[in-house]
Write a protein that binds this ligand. Structure first.
Ligand SMILES: *Cc1c(COP(=O)(O)O)cnc(C)c1O
Length: 702
């Protein structure tokens, strides 16, 4: 699920792998030891952190969204790779007489059995540490922890010399070095880079391509200066850690992202195989040199040695590219939702353009963002600078926080006192619906931000707008801080005299109530009244927020609606399903449950892999609903089933299994809107969309 083309990350794996080999071979040693130091002890130090960051980039968002279970397949994969590597290299160690039982545990957990194989245990330990920390300490806590661990590791590494000045600290490190040889491991080194990758992946570059690369250039310069300084003062015990490394790497990741290259999964397998195999290749090249008497050329000539190792590693890694499992296209095999990021960006721009000065857009992403996918939509909005969101429940709000969404998240629905710890921990703003509700929330003893919900005529949730005593009692609650006051319009969508009159009355009540609060010395905070139809029919109302749901998604609730403001909004969602079978029916044959569809002539029906369990209403059965195929509408045949439905495609003979049907969206010149399908089903687009189920994968289109 990603909209930007991240091929830059794939491409950089090749130079990164070459740099790792350089670290272990010293390609410039026989030419200039100083140049070699610059290459292998300073510049090449970017390579391994880069690999950690790439893991963090792809793994951590998944874990934050789906929970720790999402970590298991990753850990399994790394454990398998680690086991293969250990099986490859322990025999070598036994043969070399460098194997020892006593150092086995520290090798397996921290230092790795051979050369750079510390990478695997570090990756395992580091991801576990970061994921647990994200869960229990939150994002900010984790950032602080990882930075602190890195600084601690740094003092035991490149800046070890400094600890001489503080003997207790020095003794602490000496004690720790009984447990591992280096601080460059999964505890101190890997976590920060894993987290850095996560951040780089979630925050698109703020600046253009050029500024990203200038930033990288500056970071690289700082890294070189720092590396030379450390060398000059002879501070280092080992030289994996530098202060300039994290910012330099971050700039590199952002720069690579701006390249927008197509992905190259083959390079992932290849660089991974090189990574595992090259130490073996070093041994093979040395062994061959010894046997053939070519040591002077193949080993002592450092560049030749390097080239030989690179060549052999690249060659031995080739089969892994060819054997690589093809990425599955399972996402589009059955039925799925396509999200048009461009349409959402367009709608945001169009809607913001119509907001009165000083008014902010609050994106309503309740009910899984009206079925679109709450995290996907909230992230897209956040990337466009939206910093206020509304959800229906505390759990929905917590899901957004876990996905890294910042800013205000207002819970529109009722939350009981049992949810106060979650509300407080996730810094959610809770709607207060009555004085009694306020008392219950206040009694939990946690500080909460709240918005007051006034009932001005909808008579759903809310404090009666003229109930001054209740309102005053809420302001007396010590733990509740009122940061906003709002109401909901019951009839903003009705353009009848009656509807307009009722709305004007609600608006007047709201104004009076908030003025009275101010006069009584209470601050009502940010005011908001309108939802989508409130904005479209009453654009002149000025408030702090407008709560936009359905309009943000580019839909009207019903196709016949003609709000006063007619804005060029684009639908964000398309719903598609695969044709999995096509069959011919003779006249008189029936299809589907209850024989509901009867062929009155020779017919062809297509089976679509989508049903009412996916949220497609069963009441669209037998011709009530339509789907698009080959750019034309076809009627639903028979009764819609739980997981499948039939379409009569007799009119177009070339419909085949594998074809893609469109249930909502555009296909060629034809279009079916959510509002049309909803009307056919006797409901509004809001209901139809919000019921689209979790079985449909959400695919983000750039
Ligand atoms: C759902 C909801 C909205 C958003 O409504 P749309 O008509 O989809 O824009 C706004 N305010 C409240 C209180 C809501 O419950």
């Amino acid at each position: 699920m990603t909209s930007t083309r991240l091929g830059g990350l794939d491409d950089f794996r090749v130079p990164a792998a070459l740099l790792v080999i350089a670290i272990h071979t010293g390609p410039l040693l026989s030419i200039s030891p100083a140049a070699n130091y610059l290459l292998t002890d300073i510049l090449a130090r970017l390579a391994v952190p880069f690999f950690f960051a790439v893991s963090g980039w792809f793994l951590l968002p998944r874990v934050q969204q789906q929970g720790m279970a999402a970590l298991l397949p990753f850990l399994k994969k790394i454990l398998i790779l680690y086991s293969i590597s250990a099986c490859l290299y322990y025999p070598v160690k036994i043969y070399n007489h460098t194997f020892s039982w006593t150092s086995l545990p520290r090798e397996l957990i921290f230092d790795g059995p051979f050369y750079h194989l510390w990478y695997f245990p570090a990756l395992l330990l580091g991801t576990l540490l970061v994921c647990l920390s994200l869960r229990y300490l939150g994002r900010r806590g984790t950032a602080v922890l990882c930075a602190a661990l890195y600084l601690f590791g740094l003092l035991g590494d490149s800046y070890y010399g400094l600890t001489q000045a503080i003997p207790p600290l020095h003794r602490l490190y000496e004690a720790l070095f009984q447990c591992f040889d280096y601080t460059r491991n999964g505890l101190f080194f890997a976590p920060l880079f894993l987290l850095l990758g996560d951040r780089a992946g979630q925050n698109p570059p703020r600046h253009g391509r050029q500024r990203c690369w200038i930033g990288f250039g500056l970071g690289l310069t700082a890294l070189i200066v720092e590396g030379l300084t450390v060398k000059y003062f002879n501070l280092a015990r080992f030289d994996a850690f530098y202060l300039a490394l994290p910012p330099c790497l971050y700039a590199l990741l952002q720069g690579l992202r701006t390249l927008e290259l197509p992905p190259r999964p083959g390079l992932r397998a290849w660089s991974g195989a090189i990574y595992i195999l090259h130490p073996m290749c070093i041994l093979l090249v040395r062994g061959f040199a010894k046997m053939s008497g070519q040591t002077a050329l193949l080993v002592d000539q450092s560049l030749v040695h390097y080239a030989a190792v690179v060549g052999l590693s690249a060659l031995l890694a080739l089969p892994f590219v060819l054997l690589r499992r093809r990425p599955s296209t399972s996402a589009r095999s059955r039925a799925w939702i396509e999200l048009d990021a461009g349409a959402l960006q367009h709608n945001l721009a169009v809607l913001r353009d119509r907001l009165p000065a000083g008014c902010t857009l609050m994106a309503v992403v309740k009910a899984n963002a009206y079925g679109h996918g709450a995290v996907e939509i909230a992230r897209l909005c956040a990337a466009e600078g939206v910093d206020a969101f509304a959800v229906a429940t505390a759990q929905e709000g917590a899901q957004l926080r876990r996905a890294g969404i910042r800013g205000t998240i207002l819970v529109l629905g009722y939350s009981g006192p049992e949810l106060v710890p979650l509300l407080a921990r996730c810094r959610l703003t809770q709607t207060v619906v009555s004085a009694e509700h306020a008392r219950l929330l206040d009694g939990c003893g946690r500080r909460l931000q709240v918005h007051l919900k006034l009932d001005t005529g909808m008579h759903r949730l809310g404090i009666p707008w003229d109930d001054a005593a209740s309102l005053a009692s809420i302001y007396a609650c010590q733990n509740l801080k009122v940061t906003g006051t709002f109401t909901h319009l019951a009839r903003a969508g009705q353009r009848t005299l009656e509807g307009e009159h009722a709305t004007e009355k609600q608006l007047a009540c709201f104004r009076t109530a908030t003025e009275r609060l101010r006069c009584a010395g209470f601050d009502p905070g940010a005011l908001h009244v309108q939802s989508s139809y409130g904005l479209l029919n009453y654009p002149e109302v000025t408030c702090a927020y407008v709560r936009l749901g359905i309009a943000l998604y580019g839909c009207l609730s019903a196709p016949g609606d003609h709000p006063r403001l007619s804005l060029p909004l684009h639908p964000v969602l398309a719903l598609r399903a695969r044709v999995v079978q096509v069959r011919a029916l003779c006249p008189g044959e029936t299809a589907g449950y209850d024989g509901d569809f009867t062929a009155v002539r020779p017919c062809r029906v297509a089976v679509l892999a989508i049903g009412y369990a996916d949220g497609w209403p069963r009441c669209l059965s037998h011709g009530v609903g339509q789907v698009l195929l080959h750019g034309k509408p076809f009627p639903v045949a028979g009764l819609i089933c739980m997981d499948q439905m039939l379409v009569d495609v007799t009119e177009v003979p070339d419909v085949r299994p594998g074809d893609i049907a469109t249930l909502i969206g555009r296909d060629g010149d034809a279009e079916l809107t959510a509002a049309q399908a909803a009307r056919d089903a006797g409901t509004i687009a809001n209901e139809l969309l919000s019921r689209l189920g979790p079985r449909l994968e959400r695919i983000l289109l750039p």
